[in-house]
Design a protein around this ligand. Structure first.
Ligand SMILES: Nc1ncnc2c1ncn2[C@@H]1O[C@H](COP(=O)(O)OP(=O)(O)OP(=O)(O)O)[C@@H](O)[C@H]1O
Ligand SMILES: [Mg+2]
Length: 253
């Protein structure tokens, strides 16, 4: 069965993000029900689970968009669970949105500059926008409007908006949804490249094949709780995971 030791030991100095027993309640619904997660610097951690499992809500709680009902979130050693999303972003933790949000009439340059303004004055933000565009392979498209972009380029821009904030960690929420396999491969390559530049990732993705290849470690969430955590190859062999998430038709190669 899956080794519970896949999680870093407590007190590990390399831990960038540490969520302890995080719960989020919406009225009577426990959308997140006591989830703990430690993420080391430089890791790519995948988060999977069925629709409505609480993955997005967990991301909202980590990034300040929703205040946890209980539990603690620490980032780079600081308690962040009472901070605003802007303050958390300035500390270096940022997220993308499951529904891509851009202003169709803004250019790539304007969109990335606006994102960089969270931490920089205008002139520096403009420079950061060009740097972010280069990092997500959009340098040639800086002056196109968002509505002129192909879907894969819109996804790259969504990641670029996060990169422009100068993050240490990015939370990616289903950024590859709707892409063809070859396009998803491009985004996998891009995420790996950004990790090579020192950015740590936590990634929610439904495409099993993608999350398996991309992640160093996978966390499975079901009905607001952590069901399993471990190396990708171990997690998919856990009968409980197969039952709640993958379905009986899932066959291991
Ligand atoms: N703002 C909200 N108010 C009330 N209930 C909410 C709110 N946001 C989410 N929920 C509920 O919380 C639960 C978890 O939703 P969440 O969006 O976090 O799931 P998810 O794992 O991201 O699902 P998906 O894979 O479909 O994106 C669901 O039952 C959802 O309906
Ligand atoms: Mg979601």
């Amino acid at each position: 069965m899956t080794q519970p030791t896949a999680s870093p030991p407590p007190g590990d100095a390399d831990i960038l993000l540490s969520a302890t027993d995080v719960a989020v309640r919406f009225g009577g619904l426990k959308a997140v029900d006591g989830v703990s997660l430690d993420v080391r610097r430089g890791e790519i951690v995948g988060v999977i689970g069925p629709n409505g499992a609480g993955k997005t809500t967990f991301f909202q709680a980590l990034s300040g968009f929703v205040r946890p009902t209980s539990g603690a979130v620490r980032f780079a050693g600081r308690r962040i669970d009472r901070l605003s999303p802007e303050d958390i972003c300035r500390l270096g933790l940022t997220r993308t949105f499951q529904i891509v949000e851009v202003f169709p009439s803004l250019t790539v340059r304007e969109t990335l500059t606006a994102a960089a303004l969270v931490r920089l004055p205008l002139a520096a933000a403009r420079a950061a926008a060009e740097e972010a565009a280069a990092q997500v392979r959009l340098s040639a498209k800086l002056d196109l409007t968002c509505r002129q972009l192909t879907l894969p380029d819109q996804k790259a821009l969504e990641i670029g908006k996060a990169v422009a904030t100068g993050p240490q960690m990015i939370l990616l929420d289903e950024v590859m949804a709707g892409l063809r396999p070859s396009e998803a491969d491009e985004v996998v390559g891009l995420i790996r490249e950004l990790r090579g530049r020192g950015i740590t990732f936590v990634v929610v993705e439904h495409i099993m094949d993608v999350i398996m290849r991309l992640s160093d470690r996978i966390v499975v969430i079901g009905a607001g709780r952590k069901i399993d955590e471990g190396a990708p190859g171990d997690v998919v062999r856990n009968p409980k995971v197969i039952e709640i998430y993958l379905g009986e038709e899932f066959e291991l190669a």
